[in-house]
Design a protein around this ligand. Structure first.
Ligand SMILES: [Zn+2]
Length: 305
């Protein structure tokens, strides 16, 4: 979903911006829930969020040629059934969805507001436009750990855009190229982006950097060849001679599990008596629940025992 058209230069706006500074010129966000009164409570909390985050997103993506954030209207609609769409400075969202998925919908607002702030001219690199929007949503606003971003194991996977590109940008920011998001953003806004910026910053081509990112995480997510003992700070999971798995605290066996599945990256365990499912991964044990899989322990495999 694309952002708004860049505003024309205004001498008055420029002088006011100089006088007030960037923050003083932040635009406003109004949430219009008149068509959907049942979402008014959500609208109030989301309005608070936009007051805090719209100027912050503006600062995170500040560049010398952008002096004022536009005023934005977020319209909750009972007839629109997509997730959200930005058109000009109006963002349309499904009223039903914000009630069903209130937290995710706050994240959607952050993503869409980034598009307003980006103000890139048409024809920009789509994977970067969406990747930057999800980088600010997931890595900065939601503080999602880098390991939890999706990472398809293929050449030029960053072109999957959105959260995949966001994780790649997060990794670049965290090591090989700090500040790259702001730098690329400024270039995109001017219509001057070139892929060579990655080589200038890191000495490696973009595609090489992607492969390096894949390799770092492939090592971190693949199980070792010997999978007998997995340890966390309070206990262990140990493969027994009969092929079952025991969960121990100290030397005391507390639960027994059957191994019901295995891949290169995980071993799936089941305790039929409690109908409880676990996944042993390279660096964590996850617990199956109604919402999917959540981290139960962090730890790792012990090589020789
Ligand atoms: Zn988008």
């Amino acid at each position: 979903m694309s952002g708004f058209a860049p505003r024309g230069f205004s001498v008055f706006g420029f002088l006011v911006a100089l006088f007030c500074g960037y923050l003083g010129q932040a635009g406003t966000v109004r949430i219009d829930s008149s068509a959907a009164p049942s979402s008014s409570a959500w609208s109030e909390s989301a309005t608070q969020l936009t007051r805090e985050w719209y100027p912050r997103l503006g600062n995170l993506l500040a560049s010398s040629d952008m002096v004022r954030l536009p005023d934005v209207v977020i319209r909750l609609s009972t007839t629109y059934d997509g997730v959200a769409a930005a058109s000009g400075n109006t963002i349309e969202m499904s009223a039903k969805r914000v009630v069903e998925l209130p937290e995710d919908s706050r994240g959607v607002i952050i993503h869409e507001l980034v598009h307003v702030v980006q103000a890139y001219p048409g024809g920009s690199e789509g994977w970067l436009t969406e990747g930057i929007a999800d980088y600010l949503r997931c890595a900065i606003y939601e503080a999602l750990p880098l390991e939890q971003f999706p990472r398809p194991d293929k050449e030029r996977g960053y072109r999957d855009s959105y959260k995949v590109a966001a994780g790649f940008l997060f990794w670049l920011e965290s090591g090989p190229a700090p500040g790259i998001v702001r730098q690329v953003n400024a270039a995109l806004r001017k219509g001057a982006y070139q892929e060579s910026v990655f080589k200038e910053r890191t000495g490696r081509e973009l595609d090489q950097l992607w492969n390096e990112y894949r390799a770092v995480f492939a090592r971190a997510t693949t199980l070792p060849s010997v999978t007998k003992l997995w340890r966390h700070s309070k206990g262990t999971f140990e493969l027994q001679s009969d092929g079952t798995w025991a969960e121990l605290e100290g030397s005391k066996k507390i639960w027994t599990f059957q191994e019901v599945g295995r891949s290169a990256s995980q071993i799936e365990l089941l305790d039929p008596s409690r109908n409880l499912r676990l996944r042993l991964l390279a660096r964590e044990v996850r617990l199956g629940n109604n919402n999917g899989w959540s981290v139960l322990y962090r730890g790792e495999w012990v090589a020789n025992e």
